[in-house]
Design a binder for this molecule. Structure first.
Ligand SMILES: Cc1cc2nc3c(=O)[nH]c(=O)nc-3n(C[C@H](O)[C@H](O)[C@H](O)COP(=O)(O)OP(=O)(O)OC[C@H]3O[C@@H](n4cnc5c(N)ncnc54)[C@H](O)[C@@H]3O)c2cc1C
Length: 302
């Protein structure tokens, strides 16, 4: 019997495990893909406090080593949760783990354009986060692809850093609040290319351009050093939908205390309803969820 099972080995889950273990709890950490989560795929991270510059993989590796050195057990597998009389059973393809409390830290994945060149050039000019990677393209030419709030915000953010910003939208309008649309339209630093369907990202070792088709079917090649894809993120909480409440987009409903609609289940990091999804906010959540899960367990044992 474990005190706490943590689902997801990204920054939030690793931090929740660290705090729970340091509070004296017996912890099992489960990961379905690769420990480290999204940050492990970031070539360079420059905004994580205390580390001036590092690779995401190195950051993730340090976190993982710190966590396992505290006695946290870990295993691979895609986890789901069932409530029992005494607590919960977390099951994966490979095992079954009884516990008193659960932290869900299942993160998100970014939606892809699914075009030629995209997957091959991830981390080599294909980016999904302007706040994370914008700094690497100072004074360079970049494209932003997307029609919503994120795309508009990415374009404005990048316009302060980059030499040239092209915003490519699928239709002739942005699906975001009017103020943002007005700012994009009037910002001389941003070229808004409407009715543009990106069909290819070009480059050998790194991005050198993007190809798009316009409403008349004409194909255009655009020189650029990076393509920022901002067509949304997807949480993957389907396995938990019967036990905790999610919002309309599939994010687990939980506030700053990381408590969910089910007593004893906590949600931390990108998988929960929140405004800013970053490594620093994920580890903040992990600390809160780890502490609150440990307190919940103490309450049961008392
Ligand atoms: C390319 C890239 C660059 C980035 N750069 C930066 C940056 O420079 N600075 C910054 O602050 N942020 C950056 N981010 C964002 C940052 O990585 C995320 O905000 C952070 O990783 C979120 O942590 P998390 O633990 O909540 O989720 P994730 O990192 O998404 O981790 C969730 C983990 O849970 C696992 N999982 C999901 N479902 C299950 C299940 N059912 N069972 C078991 N395991 C499961 C997943 O496999 C995953 O490993 C970047 C993101 C990307 C993609």
């Amino acid at each position: 019997m474990y005190d706490i099972v943590v689902i997801g080995g990204g920054p939030a889950g690793l931090t929740a495990s660290l705090y729970a273990a340091r509070a004296g709890k017996k912890v099992m950490l489960l990961e379905s893909d690769a420990f480290g989560g999204q940050i492990a795929t970031a070539p360079r991270v420059e905004n994580f406090p205390s580390v001036k510059e590092t690779s995401g993989a190195a950051l993730a590796n340090n976190m993982f080593e710190q966590v396992t050195s505290c006695g946290v057990e870990f295993d691979m597998g895609r986890a789901s949760i069932h409530k029992t009389d005494g607590g919960f059973v977390v099951s994966t393809e490979y095992g079954r783990y009884e516990c008193l409390a659960v932290v869900i830290a299942s993160g998100v994945t970014h939606k892809s354009l699914d075009v030629e060149g995209e997957e091959r050039l991830v981390g080599k000019g294909v980016c999904y986060c302007a706040v994370c990677d914008g700094g690497f393209y100072k004074d360079k030419h970049v494209c932003v692809v997307g029609d919503g709030n994120s795309a508009a915000q990415y374009a404005l953010y990048l316009a302060d850093i980059c030499k040239e910003v092209h915003l490519l939208t699928m239709f002739d309008k942005l699906f975001c609040d009017k103020k943002l649309t007005d700012r994009i339209s009037s910002d001389g630093r941003i070229e808004w290319i409407k009715n543009a369907c990106v069909t290819e990202i070009v480059g050998d070792d790194c991005v050198s351009g993007a190809v798009y088709r316009d409403a008349d079917g004409a194909v255009t090649y655009l020189d650029c050093d990076a393509v920022f894809v901002a067509i949304g993120q997807e949480p993957h909480n389907e396995l938990f939908s019967e036990i905790v409440q999610s919002d309309g987009q599939g994010y687990i409903v939980a506030g700053e205390d990381c408590k969910t609609s089910c007593d004893g289940i906590f949600a931390a990091g990108d998988c929960r309803t929140k405004a800013i999804r970053q490594c620093a906010t994920a580890v903040g959540d992990g600390a809160v969820a780890g502490i609150n899960a440990a307190r919940y367990v103490d309450g049961i044992k008392r």
